[in-house]
Design a protein around this ligand. Structure first.
Ligand SMILES: *[C@@H]1O[C@H](CO)[C@@H](O)[C@H](O)[C@H]1NC(C)=O
Length: 466
């Protein structure tokens, strides 16, 4: 009897873990397109210096981020970044992803890619990234690669002292009503683009935010933002005629003729469960969407509703609940329709395992994050950032195992997305690519040509505890 019960609960658990998400492969074998539309100077030090950037120990003290660069070079920043965007991720890179069997990319984005959201009196960022995003997505779509749009660098800065935040500062102001509101407008615009612009055709998911501060005491209001993020995505989808589970649209296909019309009808409807904050963000997103659609040469704001392509719901995506401590909100409570969860795991920054080969392999081979997240409803889970870096000097022999063992454990969930697809190879970058670049790891043989395979399927057998 007990055995039978255990068997059935095992079955239930495997079904839950295997739940398919629209637009995403059953098993994600992915890479991040890091340093493309959110540039992190440490990943391309020689190019950064050549552009006019600087290196320093405290990144707030020199030209080490997009913000500092745009502030220092207001007249040339757009042109300099255009060259970077065109060369860092080009058709040859898409071809490399295809030949490596990569089926998904996660694309880190800044809030500033939606240009009308930037307050140009106090905020400085390059312009024109959205056109490059459209170009890259078009190439990815042609290659059949799914894309996750990741709101990586948020308005007001969400993480202190980090290049990946777009601005390196300890003045962290994302967790405030004003900036949550701007993030919702960004979300409405990206959702609408994903459905209206055919070039965004393989965009399957939008990630609400990258890596909030881990201490939930320092992220007031984040739970409310999670609820509003999902409502914003679903409200735009209902407006555009995409079915949302358990909700019917107030927009009649005959009544609304344009996206702007349809979104404003949903924003005005008080009979739906969208709250005031979400409805206000929808209203403010309408002129911003119109200007972005114009910038992208998409007719969606004026096209007849009946001619819009019908698509399926986007997967709303959050960092998993266990990313934070001190009683964080549970993003699973915010879900309406398909939702996925992202965990990041870097051993090299410390705090995960002792700094030696045996401890690393023992740790990753016995990883319990997928189960502990699933117990809180955070499933399907993928590992949206990880790498080969180590706190010790790693031999080639170890890196074969280290790649295999991480893939082995992460594939027990929804899959993995390596950081990064590439990094610079230069004298200044030194050995960086060996452990941070998927393409270099593939060339060196640490990764298998078919990403679903391992060199040694039994790599974890000696390390798994009974
Ligand atoms: C833009 O920033 C300036 C300086 O911080 C501030 O005074 C102004 O109110 C901001 N404008 C808007 C529209 O928020």
């Amino acid at each position: 009897m007990l055995a039978t019960l255990a068997y059935f609960s095992f079955l239930a658990a495997s079904v839950a873990l295997a739940r398919a998400l629209p637009g995403l492969p059953d098993k994600i074998y992915g890479v991040n397109l890091g340093s493309w539309l959110v540039l992190e100077a440490w990943m391309l030090p020689a190019e950064w210096i050549a552009m006019g950037g600087q290196q320093c120990n405290d990144c707030s003290q020199c030209i080490a981020t997009e913000f500092a660069f745009a502030q220092a070079y207001p007249d040339t920043v757009d042109e300099k970044f255009k060259t970077h965007w065109e060369t860092w991720f080009a058709q040859s890179d898409v071809d490399d992803l295809v030949s490596a069997g990569i089926n998904t990319v996660r694309i880190p984005l800044g809030y500033w890619i939606v240009e009308p959201l930037v307050n140009r009196t106090s905020e400085f960022y390059p312009r024109g990234g959205i056109v490059e995003l459209q170009r890259g997505l078009k190439q990815l779509k042609k290659a059949g690669i799914a894309a996750i749009l990741d709101h990586h660098a948020l308005p007001g800065v969400a993480s202190p002292g980090q290049m990946f935040a777009g601005r390196c500062t300890n003045d962290v102001e994302f967790y405030t009503p004003y900036n949550y509101h701007r993030a919702l407008i960004w979300t409405a615009v990206m959702t609408a683009l994903s459905h209206l612009d055919p070039d965004f055709g393989t965009v399957a998911a939008i990630e609400a935010m990258n890596e909030p501060i881990m201490d939930a005491n320092q992220t007031p209001g984040l739970g409310g933002f999670q609820v509003n993020f999902v409502q914003t995505v679903r409200a735009v989808e209902l407006a555009l005629g995409i079915p949302v589970s358990g909700m019917s649209s107030p927009v009649s296909r005959r009544g609304a003729s344009t996206a702007a019309d349809a979104i404003s009808q949903v924003a005005a409807s008080t009979s739906m469960k969208f709250n005031e904050e979400v409805r206000q963000a929808l209203v403010e997103s309408i002129p911003i969407l119109a200007s972005v659609l114009q910038q992208l040469n998409v007719a969606g704001s004026t096209a007849n509703l009946k001619s819009w392509p019908k698509r399926q719901s986007l997967v709303t995506t959050f960092m998993d609940i266990n990313w934070q401590f001190n009683n964080p909100a549970n993003p699973a409570d915010a879900a309406i329709g398909p939702q996925g969860y992202d965990n990041h795991l870097y051993y090299s920054f410390g705090g995960v395992a002792d700094a030696n080969e045996n401890a690393y392999l023992t740790s990753v081979c016995n990883l319990n994050r997928i189960q502990s997240d699933a117990a809180l409803g955070n499933t399907p889970l993928w590992f949206g950032e990880w790498g080969l870096p180590t706190q010790f000097s790693a031999s080639d022999e170890f890196l074969f195992k280290w790649a295999d063992a991480q893939k082995f454990s992460y594939s027990k969930g929804a899959g993995w997305i390596f950081w990064n697809f590439k990094v610079e190879k230069s004298a200044l970058a030194g050995d960086l690519a060996r452990q941070w670049s998927y393409m270099e790891g593939l060339r060196l043989g640490f990764f298998t040509q078919d990403p679903s395979k391992l060199h040694d399927p039994n790599v974890c057998a000696p390390y798994i505890s009974a």
